[in-house]
Design a protein around this ligand. Structure first.
Ligand SMILES: [Zn+2]
Length: 413
């Protein structure tokens, strides 16, 4: 993220869903061409409609190691999704072993899954974790395989809760009758939501709702979940819902998003229209945004080298810098003025570095701020030549002053 956040917003208003679909598709394509012209490497991912609500949300995620979002992709196909909503494809093999007798075991000084696993000589995948949450003021429990994480977005959606957060210590102790770390589904007096993968597990270990105790050989028959659902976060190496190859994770910066809002806001704000039969109907809305500074940040993350920024010429603050080597050399100054006034006459917005600095300092600064092309005016001007430098490739060419003008013209056209 960046400290500032200026957003370009757009909204569409239609009389029906088909109209919204057409507008949405147009915005989708427009945004693709914008991000293409920004030279961003991005993925379009389906996202949770979350706080905004509505029918569909998609994000443009610029791929970057410093991004704060995780973009789920596939090693094989073009599947792309936001971590929050990606389905966990259930490939767990059903454990065929016979059910054993449930047993209470004392587990002193072992609280975390890793500690308890070490105590029993087992692995986290042999556990079922019980996580207590407060949702809309009520305490609920989620039971998931011990080697997985709860996906709070999915969990909150199952509950249809407006707010959901981890239960505090006091509430956990009140609900379980034990210190934090020993919650389990057996005999627990709050609604239990079960991850569907647990159905394949047998003889697992859970907290015993008793401090320093766990139950072993627990099976799903030993408690009564109110609902079974996909509750966990997808992991790298899980199976692609599309093609069943392996999922891979990237980090991303969310640079834009699209929302099919439908009639959610028009209904609450009473934005209606009268149709041809004189019936009042709500307007169908779409909402579309681009984070401007985030785009700049993402472009710089993707286009730089050890010397600084390499702006794509489409969005560079200046496409060209004119840099004289010596302001004491009349010929160089003459050529500089000639080139610069040529640019001014033609309304080509160039940067003239006429600071009284050593040439090395000026070159470094132009590279740092990422001006795509540089014309250096040096000793070669005695033979009518200047240097044309490409920031990205660092390629240098000696060309005549006239050729330089032609190139400038091509660049700005
Ligand atoms: Zn795939």
């Amino acid at each position: 993220r960046v400290r500032e956040f200026i957003m370009k917003d757009a909204y569409t208003f239609d009389i029906d869903e088909a109209g919204l679909d057409v507008q949405y598709q147009k915005m989708y394509e427009a945004y693709c061409s914008i991000f293409d012209r920004l030279h961003l490497n991005y993925k379009i991912v389906k996202a949770d409609t979350g706080a905004m609500g509505g029918l569909l949300s998609e994000e443009y995620q610029a791929i970057s190691n410093i991004g704060e979002d995780i973009v789920v992709g596939c090693e094989n196909c073009d599947f792309s999704s936001n971590l929050e909503i990606t389905e966990v494809v259930d490939t767990l093999e059903e454990d065929q072993s016979p059910m054993l007798e449930i047993e209470l075991k004392e587990t002193p000084n072992a609280k975390t899954i890793e500690e308890v696993a070490a105590f029993f000589g087992k692995e986290p995948k042999d556990f079922v974790k019980t996580l207590l949450y407060e949702a809309d003021g009520k305490i609920v429990a989620f039971c998931i395989p011990g080697n997985r994480e709860l996906n709070e977005t999915k969990a909150q959606k199952i509950l249809k809760a407006n707010s959901m957060e981890m239960a505090n210590f006091e509430d956990v102790e009140k609900a379980t009758g034990a210190k934090v770390g020993f919650a389990g589904p057996v005999g627990l007096d709050v609604p239990v939501y079960l991850d569907r993968q647990v159905l394949k597990m047998k003889n697992f270990i859970v907290g015993a709702n008793k401090t320093d105790h766990h139950l072993i050989n627990v099976n799903v028959k030993d408690f009564e979940p109110v609902e079974v659902a996909d509750l966990t976060q997808v992991m790298e190496g899980d199976i692609c819902p599309n093609c069943h190859q392996k999922l891979v994770f990237h980090r991303g910066i969310e640079v834009g998003n699209l929302f099919k809002l439908g009639t959610k806001y028009s209904k609450t704000m009473n934005l209606m229209y009268t149709d041809e039969n004189n019936v009042l109907k709500p307007v169908w809305m779409g909402s579309y945004g681009i984070g401007l500074e985030r785009c700049m940040a993402a472009v710089v993350e993707q286009h730089h080298d050890e010397h600084g920024i390499i702006w794509p010429k489409e969005i560079a603050p200046f496409k060209l810098a004119i840099v004289p080597v010596s302001l004491k050399d009349n010929e160089q100054v003459g050529a500089m003025e000639s080139l610069y006034s040529y640019c001014q006459e033609n309304k080509f917005d160039v940067l003239l570095d006429d600071r009284n600095e050593r040439p090395g300092v000026k070159f470094k600064d132009m590279e740092l701020i990422g001006i795509p092309y540089r014309i250096t005016i040096g000793k070669g001007i005695k033979s009518g030549l200047v240097e044309w430098v490409d920031r990205a490739t660092k390629q240098k060419e000696e060309i005549s002053l006239e050729d330089a003008k032609t190139r400038i013209q091509q660049l700005y056209q």
